[in-house]
Design a protein around this ligand. Sequence first.
Ligand SMILES: [Zn+2]
Length: 300
Amino acid sequence: MLKPLIAALALCLYLPLAAMAQRLALSFDDGYDPDKLPNARALNNQLLKALKDNEIKSILFAAGSRVDSQEGMNLVGKWLEQGHQVGNHSYSHLNLDEKQVSLDRYLSDMERNEDVLSRLPSWSRRYRFPYLKEGNTEAKRDGVRQWLSAHGYGSGAVSIDASDWYYDQRLRAWMVRHPGESPQAFKQPYIRHLLDRAAYYAQLARQAMGREIDHVLLLHTNTINAMFLDDVISALRDAGWTFIPPEQAYADAVYQEAPDTLPAGESIVWSLAKKQGLPGLRHPAESEQYEKPRLDALGL
Ligand SMILES: [Zn+2]
């Protein structure tokens, strides 16, 4: 009598986990800079191919300083041609938390990027804060929020933050030290890092929101993603994630939240958790300082 009951209970406990589809949109920051990367076009094509092969629609938050050239804009235009969106990531990629960055200077830099984006056939009024920094003072934080709302912007927030940029930096340095060799050894550590961060922010969201949310992952247009995005997508799918377009993720009410923390920013989930005083939050939430020892230990 007891055994079937236990089996049934175990099944009940197991099923919700197995059936719990966690949904995720991919977003990419910056845009490939053809003035700095001789292979910008090839990298852009590789990244877009991985998205296309996996039938995933994404959003590129383009910073004018990286793409304000004919070729740069051609590469951004490819994203639109393939059904992705393009959002605003400011022109000069300023850090709003820095004391010397005034509200006026920051706002005019955001507007300057609108001029760049307006040369495209279309762009989406979503703003991604460079470094996810949303202001070190109330005046700056609220000033930018008011500007965004007055200019009809929707959220460009991130729920899952990670250090793909640091893995990319290490990969490129390794490639310089090992000319002609394949950097495949980076693949598994990189995938492990992203799976770990996705799982972390998913559980933090459950704690902070009391429910499952639709996630937005922050990645960058860089070399490591051009190389491994296809494998990253497979690994996320194997871990139970399903992919949705950014517009669908941003329809989740969590992206309407504007926590009044200072300094403001980081992932929306982290920021809500901080506001609620949840224990154990790292600050900074993500940083090379956490990843360096792992890659050093692997000799990468
Ligand atoms: Zn950026």
